[in-house]
Design a protein around this ligand. Structure first.
Ligand code: SF4
Length: 236
């Protein structure tokens, strides 16, 4: 367990990872100590990223119309949220949308689609979009976020020039059934592994505040970090 936030930052600079017990200790930081924690975290941020911000631009290839029931999502089955609903943009429409972001300074374009996962035909639409985008903007990075991937789809995306694949684990394995019943935590882990196996940079995050305990939040954080499952055991 660490004594001060700066001690923990120093250790992290030296390549010693934060333990699950220490992550839990961080979550117990009082309001009185919060600015000290923010200052120590800012040291790490400056070391790795300086004062720069990377701009990613998201193009929504398909919106709403999803048959899954992720409880946090406005695009889910039977959602009453007033969102735009449309099926797949054509490659020409998607490239046109992406150019707005690139002109605004984005160095990465994220191609996102709602739904459980793409068919092979839909993956082909995405690869056509990526090829057209990279032909016009060779320096731009492309990330795809299309849901659960089947065998071979990650390789097809990689071959077309996709750099990264975003697929969030969202919450701890031990909390997953409370947020979704139409697919499993393991389905999501499998897709992250497929993306990694095809050479795509895996990008995976989580959502905080879905009735998870602090222990489950730490479990999810470390699972995202390693993209493999860990089980957190409290020392108490
Ligand atoms: S699969 Fe994706 S789009 Fe569908 S409900 Fe879940 S998060 Fe929303």
């Amino acid at each position: 367990m660490f004594k001060t936030f700066n001690d923990l930052a120093d250790r992290t600079f030296n390549g010693e990872p934060v333990t699950p017990e220490e992550a839990l200790q961080l979550l117990e930081t009082s309001d009185r100590d919060m600015l000290d924690l923010v200052a120590a975290a800012a040291r790490l941020r400056r070391e790795h990223f300086g004062m720069t911000v990377k701009v990613n631009y998201l193009v929504n290839l398909k919106s709403g119309l999803c048959a899954e029931d992720c409880g946090y999502c406005s695009q889910r089955l039977n959602s009453g949220a007033g969102i735009l609903k449309y099926s797949w943009l054509t490659p020409e429409q998607a490239v046109e949308q992406a150019q707005h972001g690139i002109k605004g300074g984005a160095s990465r374009v994220c191609l996102v689609a709602s739904g459980r996962g793409p068919s092979n035909r839909e993956v082909k639409t995405v690869t056509q979009t990526v090829e057209a985008l990279k032909e016009q903007h060779p320096g731009v990075e492309v990330c795809a976020c299309l849901g659960l991937l089947k065998d071979g789809q990650a390789e097809t995306l990689s071959d077309a020039g996709v750099d990264a694949y975003n697929h969030n684990l969202n919450t701890a394995e031990s909390n997953y059934e409370s947020i979704c019943s139409t697919h499993t935590y393991q389905d999501r882990v499998d897709t992250v592994e497929r993306a990694k196996g095809a050479g795509l940079s895996p990008c995976s995050g989580l959502i905080v505040g879905m009735r998870e305990t602090d222990e489950q939040l730490v479990e999810a954080l470390f699972a995202c970090g390693s993209s493999t499952r860990i089980r957190y055991r409290s020392t108490s």
